[in-house]
Design a protein around this ligand. Structure first.
Ligand SMILES: Cc1cc2nc3c(=O)[nH]c(=O)nc-3n(C[C@H](O)[C@H](O)[C@H](O)COP(=O)(O)OP(=O)(O)OC[C@H]3O[C@@H](n4cnc5c(N)ncnc54)[C@H](O)[C@@H]3O)c2cc1C
Length: 340
């Protein structure tokens, strides 16, 4: 079986290494980070697996990749300590913004309309919303735990793991000659070679409140500050996320934090007393159409452009990468036709 060098330990690199080792390739993974840490976009994600809600703004391909990836995470959770929460997700809007809810409902599928009684039967703390939309087939995971679990599995499967191994331009070329295949999963760092890759800044917070109980992700539709809240263990909540066209990952702005927290307060007034545990920022790698791509240049594949769908798309992309390498099978839906 071929030797494969995977670069990057974000969700895309980890998923590729996992699939390739599973099908018998001889995999080495090199990463600039210590393995799983805050130095990658994947660390800051919400971990929402929401292929149906995403239809509001995404192409159908995201739904296809998403459903396949969800099966992967569910299976991984059944044999590891990954927590796969398959209790759906909710969408709510303040009374004056019901037009937004109707529009969201029209654009998405696989939902149920909830009246007040049905809504509070699912989430009693959303008592002040009169209606909602329920997406029963959606799920969420803890992204940091997911990357740690994958990292641990790679070690167990004898993947060679090179940590704190930053590859500059020359070493990228040299490494490419050492292996049968090289899979570049550097996220936004590959921008110098993928010149149509752009950055979309995302800011998020972790807050702690022992007064709010939520058991599934909640999206708030709002004309200025749409947001989602994902419950985490021990009464923490991930509040996210801004979407700003920007290539740098400087700190979060006051405006963004104010807006995110104002919207959280709309979801539940008790969030006013929540403690801010962490404020995070990273840049999502995205192509112009906001769809992920696999590009091939000789024996090198780039897996990139995961945008806001890293956890939703990475396992499905990784499976396609392993098909390309082991069966020479090119799945045209994600392989960019402009790049032979
Ligand atoms: C606030 C926020 C919320 C999000 N929420 C969600 C969500 O709910 N659901 C979802 O599916 N997605 C979400 N996303 C999107 C998701 O996080 C990204 O799509 C995904 O993390 C991209 O993963 P990646 O592996 O391509 O890149 P990254 O995670 O950035 O990984 C890149 C890796 O490459 C390594 N690297 C870079 N350069 C080099 C080099 N020269 N040599 C060696 N190693 C190198 C880095 O160390 C890193 O390990 C969110 C993103 C943000 C910012």
């Amino acid at each position: 079986m071929p030797s494969v060098h995977v670069i990057g330990s974000g969700v895309s690199g980890l998923a590729c290494a996992y699939y390739l080792q599973k099908v018998g390739c001889d995999v080495t993974l090199s990463t600039a980070s210590s393995g799983c840490d805050e130095n990658c976009c994947s660390w800051w994600a919400g971990g929402m697996l929401a292929p149906f809600c995403e239809q509001e703004s995404a192409e159908p391909l995201i739904g296809t990749l998403g459903k396949e990836s969800m099966a992967f995470w569910r299976q991984l959770a059944s044999v590891t300590k990954l927590d796969y929460c398959a209790n759906g997700s909710l969408v709510v809007a303040p009374a004056r913004d019901q037009a937004l809810k109707r529009s969201f409902e029209r654009l998405t599928r696989n939902h149920q309309r909830l009246d007040h009684a049905q809504l509070i039967a699912l989430e009693p703390d959303l008592d002040h919303f009169q209606q909602g939309l329920f997406y029963p087939d959606e799920a969420h995971i803890q992204p940091r735990l997911a990357t740690k679990v994958l990292w641990h599995e790679l070690g167990r499967m004898n993947v060679i793991l090179n940590t704190e191994h930053y590859l500059d331009e020359a070493s990228l070329v040299n490494a490419r000659n050492e292996y049968d295949w090289q899979i570049d999963c550097r996220g936004l760092a590959a921008q110098s070679e993928l010149d149509d890759l752009r950055g979309v800044k995302g800011e998020m917070l972790h807050i702690y409140s022992d007064e709010v109980r939520l058991s599934r992700p909640v999206r708030l539709l709002h004309p200025r500050y749409p947001l989602y809240i994902v419950p985490r263990p021990e009464q923490q909540f991930m509040v996210g996320a801004t979407m700003i066209e920007a290539n740098t990952s400087r700190n979060a702005t006051v405006r963004s934090v104010l807006e995110l927290l104002s919207a959280a307060y709309v979801v539940h007034p008790a969030f006013a007393e929540a403690e801010i545990v962490e404020i995070g920022v990273d840049i999502r790698p995205a192509f112009n159409d906001n769809l992920p791509k696999i590009r091939r240049y000789g024996n090198q594949l780039y897996v990139n452009g995961l945008y806001r769908h890293g956890y939703l798309a990475a396992p499905a992309l990784a499976r396609r990468v392993s098909d390309i390498i082991t069966n020479d099978y090119f799945c045209t839906e994600v392989v960019d036709a402009n790049y032979p």
